[in-house]
Design a protein around this ligand. Structure first.
Ligand SMILES: [Zn+2]
Ligand SMILES: [Zn+2]
Length: 352
């Protein structure tokens, strides 16, 4: 049987095609996909065909932020999943390597990640996925909200790495969906003040209604590259001290440098954003003089249940970040909108 899919063929070009309906293996669930969010990382593949050295070598179905209803499961999978709407944790690790066995499955080097090189993603009517990575959502949670558990789980993992102390001052660089979710999570984890910066005026305006206390529209570069005003603003807002934790949620090459400039001595930085390049500038001398601690965030690590609980209880608001919805036939328009940062977009979703 054939199903519809939106497939990437070349930069900025996606086409509606027919593909075979997948059948679940013994440990898998067959998910009827209902909603797929467009992620900042997808934009790199859509526009450039690559993220750093990860290059799409053939036409590929994109999409990894998804939710849907389980229609069937394989012989070894949990049969109670059938009929349930699930948020799907997209990356399926090998479960056998040293990193998987020692509790770091998110850095498994044999990860199957949909919507990337060699692995078709979720912009199709049916997906099969390891049933152990399907998380039933509470009744009444919409599919678009359930798909947002993916970026929200990134924010939850980011805050685990940030190890906030009560009252800490936090700077978020890049106020897209992950940045705004991270701002909310910082508040939930006890931040005293959350400052935000972004290049785009509309995001700065939206930020204060999504968990950011004060936001600044400025260049994200290091001082020498035009970020001086941004650094000056962050310093002024912290009485010259710098923030306790600076988190880069941007998709640009300068966010990490700005995080280092924003952090106080002995402060912490977390790199969560994806610049799409193989290497970015880092002010090593300043970071050493300040003895900064720098963490890199790789997606999430056992964060789906807690993230679902935060969203279900209403403490973490993901719904208001979804600004646009497109049918599968118009998936290319959804990706184009996010690529161009047009029409005030925060999160665009493709809804089936
Ligand atoms: Zn994502
Ligand atoms: Zn592994």
């Amino acid at each position: 049987m054939k199903i519809k899919a939106a497939k990437w063929f070349s930069p900025l070009e996606m086409r509606l095609v027919e593909v075979d309906k997948p059948a679940p293996g013994p440990w898998e669930a067959l998910v009827r996909v209902e909603s797929v969010g467009v992620c900042g990382s997808d934009v790199h593949y859509f526009r450039d065909g690559r993220i750093g050295e990860n290059t799409l070598k053939e036409p590929t179905i994109l999409g990894h932020e998804y939710a849907g209803v389980v229609e069937a499961v394989g012989t070894e999978a949990d049969p109670t999943l059938v009929g349930r709407r699930v948020a799907v944790e997209p990356g399926i690790p090998c479960m056998h390597c040293e990193w998987c066995r020692t509790g770091h499955y998110n850095v498994c080097e044999r990860m199957f990640f949909p919507g990337g090189p060699g692995c078709d993603g979720a912009l199709r009517e049916y997906m099969t996925v390891d049933a152990r990575f399907c998380f039933p959502v509470p009744d009444g949670m919409t599919a678009a909200v359930a798909a947002m558990i993916e970026p929200a789980a990134v924010a939850v993992h980011t805050l685990e790495l940030a190890r906030l102390r009560p009252g800490d001052a936090v700077a978020i660089i890049g106020l897209g969906p992950v940045g705004l979710l991270t701002a909310q999570m910082a508040k939930l984890c006890g931040a005293g003040r959350v400052l935000g910066v972004d290049l785009l005026d509309y995001r700065v305006e939206a930020a204060t209604s999504h968990g950011v206390d004060a936001a600044f529209a400025g260049h994200a570069g290091a001082p020498a590259e035009g970020g001086a005003a941004t650094v000056a603003w962050l310093r002024e807002k912290t009485a010259g001290r710098g923030v306790d934790v600076a988190i880069d949620c941007s998709n640009g090459p300068d966010g990490l440098a700005l995080a280092c400039h924003a952090a106080r001595p002995a402060g912490r930085c977390v790199l969560t954003g994806i610049s799409g390049r193989e290497s970015d500038p880092l002010p090593v001398s300043l970071a050493r003089r300040r003895e900064l601690t720098l963490h890199w965030c790789r997606r999430f690590l056992n964060n789906y249940p807690a993230t679902l609980a935060l969203v279900a209880s209403g403490r973490l608001d993901v719904a208001s970040l979804i600004t646009h919805s497109f049918p599968l036939e118009r998936a290319q328009d959804a990706f184009r909108l996010v690529t161009d940062n047009a029409d005030g977009v925060l999160k665009a979703s493709v809804d089936f």
